[in-house]
Design a protein around this ligand. Sequence first.
Ligand SMILES: [Zn+2]
Length: 885
Amino acid sequence: MAAPLAALAACSGSGHPDVGDSAPPVGQLRKTVVPTQYGIELSIDPSKDRFSGKVVIDITLKEAQDAIWLHGKDLKVSEVYLTDAESHRTDATYEERQASGVALVTLTKAAPAGSAQLHFAYSAPFNTAADALFKVERDGNYYAATQFEPIAARQVFPGFDEPGYKVPFDISVIARKGDIVVATTPEASTKDLADGSVLHVFARTRPLPTYLIALAVGPYDVVDFGMIPANSVRDRGVPLRGIAAKGHGHEMNYALKNTAGLLTALENYFGTPYPYEKLDLIAVPESFGGAMENVGAITYDEYLMLMDEKSPLDQRRAYATVHAHEMSHMWFGDWVTPAWWNDIWLNESFASWMENKVASAYWPEGEFDRETLRGALGAMINDSLASARQIREPIDNNDRIASAFDDITYQKGGGVIAMLEHYVGEEQFQAGVRLHMKRHADGTATTEDFIASVAKGSDRPEVEAAFRSFIEQPGLPLVSAKLDCAAGEKPRLELRQTRYAPLGSSIKPDVGEWKIPFCLAYVAGGTRTRSCTLLAGKEQSITLEAAACPTLVHPNADGTGYYRFALDEPGWQHLIAGATKLSPAEALVFADSLDAAFRAGAVSARTYVSGMAALVNHKAWDVAAAATGYLEEVMRIIDPQELGPVEQAFRKIAAPRYARLGGASDSASQLLRKRLQRFLVVVAKEQAMRKPLARQAARAVGLNGLPDPSAVPASERETIFTVGVQDLGEPFFDLLLKQMIDSQNPEFRNSAIGALARVEDPALARKLEAAALAGSFKGTEMLGVLIRQMNRPATTEQTYAWLKENDQAIIKMIPESFRSNIFPTFGAAFCTDARADEWEKYVRSHAAELPGYERDLAQTIESIHLCAGLKQASAADLHAALSDY
Ligand SMILES: [Zn+2]
């Protein structure tokens, strides 16, 4: 789609007046023309291929103009003109000048400074890849829904498609009789039209940016859940509804029932009521990749909405966090909006941090306590790269907006916010957030504004410098700690900060310095002591208030700091010996720092393996799961033919912990059982467990009789079906593929797809590829299949060949909003320098279809080289250490 438009842009230019002759603004539009209000009327019939629209935009011209830059993409404009304050008409032409959707309206005569209106009539195609205004067919019914963030609104109506322009919208939709229409605000009126269709008119919105507008049109079920009752913060009820594909409305009860509690927790935190008139939750009958915080009409993948009390714990936890995330955006993001995309990190970081706070408050047994920390540790993988980006960075091109939505934005940012909250104190931080909401209500704000609010609200001005040091430079600090217990003196801890760099990295460790809220725990004479300081400068010496030399030092007490630590060999050994007694958060950061040390070549494989094995026995479910996760990941550097002893060691490490779980049914045990079972069965190939599971899998799909879904607990289904797919051959594979295609249950589909994607038999993998090209997977489901098939050593080569043969079709199946970011990462499965070079050339040959791919490719290439380097340096040692375990 991008290619013909790029050609258009290249041949533009002849005879345009002043503005048009200059280059199109590829980043922010010029501020000489600004919108003040939109009137939008769309005709949407999802059974057709195109929709149409009439749009009137009230604008203010800051100076006289004969041409106006704005946004529009793939719009076939049939009429465009401008009217001035006296309603005098000036004719105009419309031309798309940039593939990213920058368009020029050229007036036949210059318009003076002042207010005016731009009028458009146009039509446009429905998107079919879960982006912009997309259509979906389900059981012969056609549905439409929207996904605008970041810059897809311009494919639905012309406008000033930037977050900084917050203005009111009057929206109306002409739809088929019988279709439901859901929009941002409540429906104000409907009117039957002569042609049998119905005009739906919606109340004027509060000031909003284009990307937060939403629509859903089609024969949806609507569940009116009544009012979310008033509470101590809000003196009015909020109408709540659930919207789902026909026949699925009743499956939204769980999501609707738990909404009031989550929303109230947010209102209590912000100290201000939910800012909008109504709340609709839309389960979109398509997997569009998550959820979106559209004002008053939040959209979700069905997996996140359709469930009940008996649904798997992981699914209900995903509902709680994602729902809390999206609703927290109603304040932070929607009510107070980032002024430009360079601050989207704050929007997403805040919501990623808040979702866990709120989910914990509402559902204390849900095990959300360390989600933010685990997210931050996950982001450190990317943050270890030389090509890592800083959290906040300039965005001067439309093509680079989508790449701002990554782990660094969501998870590193969340970790940094948590660190600062911890540093200034929970209540003080909250006061800063509340002040920020008051200062910028219904408006926009920058990162500087937020830092100023937190510094003022918490009365801690020094927080500003610490904040800046983490958001305005890339990478993460490594704090090396060395204990010095000279005779006759108090013990001292010598600290030194560098930038973390793995083996073979081009990072210069001494470049970069952070102001680190640093907390330390140590045990001396049987007493645990904790102390905190703001670490500034490259080196610092801390005197410990202890009579004896400590027997354990943990340089990230409670795991609150966004940094890694390094110890000398005795230091690591002390931590390993005390691993099971560490708090869960301290054990998690220990696991991460130990893994990082191994990847930096700073600890031996034996120390590494014994540390991870000790952590598998930690009482916290997520510590044990994380330790097995690190082992599984590092297994990539071992040649597939040499995995036998590795798998055996993994079984030795994890089996006793799995056995100890027994039949315990608390949340933590359920979560760990599922993960250890997968590790033992799928990763460590525990045959004794696989045989009975294969029989269960066969019963569940009805391999030798009628299907009996109850033969497999839903939470274990993916693992059990994986065994079926790998051990029971074609009949099982065919049956499961068919059941997946026929199923509308998102939870079943997810687990079945996860299992199918782990098929290793080449002939069956070919069937899976054919199903993908035939469109058997919905929306983003195909991506999970492709990534898993690439990542499994048994199928990497075949999948790579298939990808190259069908790349045009595959690229088109990925939603445009993240096509450029996801495609380059498929190569992350490789682990040789030669493949890194080859993959780089290959992706570059598709540059035209993947605008903005550069950073994701650079990071993928760098991680392939790092993997190759680690393999060369440490694979033999790791293999020996595991073989001897
Ligand atoms: Zn978000």
